[in-house]
Design a protein around this ligand. Sequence first.
Ligand code: ATP
Length: 233
Amino acid sequence: MTSIKSKLPQTTPLQPVIGIFGGTFDPIHIGHVHCALQVLQQCPLEQVRLMPCHLPPHRVTPGVSAQQRAEMVQLAIAEHPQLILETLELEQHRPSYSAISLQQLQQRYPKHKLAFIMGMDAFNQFTSWHRWQDILHCADLIVCQRPEHSQLSSDSKALLTQHQMFDVQQLQQQQTGRILLLDNPLQDMSATSLRQQLAHSQTPPKGLDTAVWNYIQQHQLYKGSHPAAAIKK
Ligand code: ATP
């Protein structure tokens, strides 16, 4: 005979969630910080860890070292205790594939569920990433709106149709591989544009944290002939 207990709906315990926000952060700008803060405001996340890549597989290697990009991240998030620098990729001399990093982060934070955060431009490229399916096995995705990237590619549209999450509370469930489209205010800001401005101007560009600007001045970064001024391919 089936017991009454086995007929009751299974309640799975909710998990604490860590957001992982990967990027080149070359340099970090207010678009990144606002995006991370919006995620914290709208989703039940304990913290967001900003993870600068060491050797980005999808773009030219930045001229500014990974250590310097990480130091700028640290300066930009200093006033936000729930934003934390994640150094995992800096510790390893390998192409910074998110699929590998997320598997390692799962081991580093075994009690937490992971949510991987990205902008819409990155999401539109997602199915070209190395082992992207493995990312969905490790984490849910949180996709932030970004100006000039409101159109979904056909691949990302298909992925969203299959996996879209509509209730942020589901982030705390054990299941991974769902995709949340965040309804965040747009921040018209890109690191490419900042690098161009920094290469040709002595005044602080809009969108750069003051402490980051001071760091850039102190270390003479992004000057005209510096390779870091190169535009993304
Ligand atoms: P670049 O111009 O060099 O490509 P970027 O400004 O896109 O740089 P990245 O470090 O490459 O900055 O981005 C890290 C992550 O932040 C990506 O997922 C990207 O989509 C997201 N992102 C960057 N800028 C914004 C923004 N203004 N609004 C929302 N998301 C953003």
